[in-house]
Ligand binder design. Structure first.
Ligand SMILES: [Fe+2]
Length: 219
């Protein structure tokens, strides 16, 4: 290992302690039980949607100009009745809000929903959304997302290439301020609209295709 590689490895190790672990609550076999409680801070929910829905959305997106970003029209939002994108998002957001506020919300309004098709080397800079609850659903992923070697090569202080990274709070001892989830097709993340998030560009062939939405939660 060269001096430079050693410096990078040391820096990476020292920064890792500020990263959240998506598996933090999974007990490690053979070790004494220890519960890590994290009662503060923004809550991120993870659920999934049926493959029929991601197939339909991909069919729609395939016909659009790529790379690019385009709004989802009302007929696509409501196609499928009870299994429609609109219905599934409203149900998931309602459940999320009910769990976190101990009260079923009076109404859920999806302000806007859109699909983003990104080729390699396209960054998605840190940003937040103007809404109560936002979400991201993965529709298609580049093959390199499963390439651990590429992921390790493009690792930047916890922000892995092509992953979704949420950032909250400052660098503080015994506190995590960044969590990085590996995207998976059909998986939907819900989070407060104000929560900063970012996706690092990936390398190689393929497309990173995701759906985002802004939802307003009525009390
Ligand atoms: Fe976003």
């Amino acid at each position: 290992m060269s001096d430079q590689e050693r410096r990078i490895a040391t820096k990476t190790r020292s920064l890792r302690k500020y990263e959240g672990d998506p598996q933090a609550f999974v007990p490690v076999e053979g070790t004494p039980a220890i519960d890590l409680l994290s009662p503060f801070g923004p809550m991120i929910a993870r659920t999934s949607v049926p493959q029929a829905l991601t197939d339909a959305l991909n069919h729609f997106a395939d016909r659009m100009e790529r790379p690019g970003e385009f709004l989802i029209p009302p007929n696509i939002m409501t196609a499928g009745g009870d299994a429609s994108l609109r219905h599934l998002i409203e149900a998931a957001v309602s459940r999320y809000a009910e769990v976190l506020e101990n009260k079923k919300p009076a109404r859920i309004h999806i302000d806007v929903a859109w699909i983003i098709c990104q080729p390699a080397a396209t960054p998605s800079p840190a940003h937040f959304h103007s809404c109560d609850v936002s979400g991201i659903l993965y529709l298609s992923l580049p093959p390199g997302i499963d390439d651990e070697e590429q992921t390790a090569r493009t690792y930047i202080s916890g922000r892995k290439a092509g992953y979704i990274n949420f950032i909250h709070g400052d660098r503080q001892r015994f506190s995590r301020s960044l969590v990085s989830f590996k995207p998976s097709i059909g998986v939907l993340y819900l989070f407060p609209g104000w929560l900063l998030h970012v996706a690092e560009p990936f390398l190689g062939p393929g497309e990173r295709r995701s759906l985002s939405f802004n939802a307003i939660v009525g009390e």
